[in-house]
Design a protein around this ligand. Structure first.
Ligand code: HXC
Length: 257
């Protein structure tokens, strides 16, 4: 059996590829366990500063595996802690994770992309939450993350009608950070990831944690979190190096400490 999750290392970037092309990268337990293991390895590796998650040109992932779910009962879902057990590792990763989406990102695929810190898309990308067509609903955060990304009107429209959103609309709506030609997507995403990975890793982690607070808290709480974290950044060796390098008109040599 082919390996359903492939990994590569490019400089300080860890690349994870979902690899079930025969079913448009439908997400089953093997895929989700594999993504989790890959994140465990990249997170533990001091030489990695940023992670990219991608699929292939036709599909990032066309959803959770419908063949697997179709005979599932409530007790199967409840007892196995379906989704919670192995779908949320991306969310707990402290290093940045960028989704590079080409082709379909539907249902659980769209939800996995939204679990990442940002989405770069190819111009052929198609996002959607079509679960309503299957008599169910998004179950991996779609009803919560999509409204936060694109607003209630478009989220409601997508979840209730099951329609797809193309890359241009997704970028216009705030779901996607940047769009590239399909053949350039991985290369450009790796380049951006390498830029991030070359910065001070603890500073990058602090930025990620602080921006995520905007999702999870009130403005006052978020501002307080940011301020305290900013104060803490003065304890970084890399802050001393970064500012000394600017004043000395030289390139900073970050030690990720
Ligand atoms: C299992 C899938 C699949 C899926 C596609 N395939 N999506 N298998 N689970 N989610 C399989 C097809 O059965 C087919 O297998 C092969 O991939 C190619 O797909 P086609 O349909 O032939 O391709 P195409 O005509 O190009 O249509 C592409 C498509 C369509 C529009 C993306 O495949 C589609 O509508 N897929 C389902 C999308 C969806 O409903 N996603 C949400 C799933 S529910 P064969 O063997 O026939 O070649 C979900 C729940 C989330 O994600 C909540 C918890 C996570």
């Amino acid at each position: 059996m082919a390996d359903v999750v492939l990994t590569e290392i490019h400089g300080r970037v860890g690349l994870i590829r979902i690899n079930r092309p025969e079913v448009l990268n439908a997400l089953n337990n093997d895929v989700m366990d594999g993504i989790g293991l890959a994140i465990d390895a990249f997170e533990a590796d001091e030489a990695i500063g940023c992670i990219v998650l991608t699929g292939n040109e036709k599909a990032f992932a066309a959803g959770a595996d419908i063949g697997f779910m179709k005979e599932f009962g409530y007790m199967d879902a409840y007892k196995t802690d379906f989704i919670t057990r192995n779908w949320e590792r991306i969310r707990t990763c402290r290093k940045p994770v960028i989704a590079a989406v080409s082709g379909y990102a539907l249902g659980g695929g769209c939800e996995v992309a939204m679990m990442c810190d940002m989405i770069y898309a190819a111009d052929n990308a198609r996002f959607g939450q079509p679960e309503i067509k299957l008599g169910t609903l998004p179950g991996a955060g779609g009803t919560q993350r999509l409204p936060r990304a694109v607003g209630k009107a478009k989220a409601m429209d997508m979840c209730l009608t099951g329609r797809m959103m193309d890359a241009a609309e997704a970028e216009r709506s705030g779901l996607v950070a940047r769009i590239f030609a399909p053949e350039k997507l991985v290369e450009e995403t790796l380049a951006a990831a390498q830029t991030i990975a070359d910065y001070s890793l603890p500073a990058v982690m602090m930025v990620k944690e602080s921006v995520n607070r905007a999702y999870e808290s009130s403005l006052a709480e978020g501002l307080l979190f940011e301020r305290r974290t900013f104060h803490a950044s003065f304890a970084l060796e890399d802050q001393k190096e970064g500012m000394a390098a600017f004043v000395g008109k030289r390139k900073a040599d970050f030690k990720h400490r």
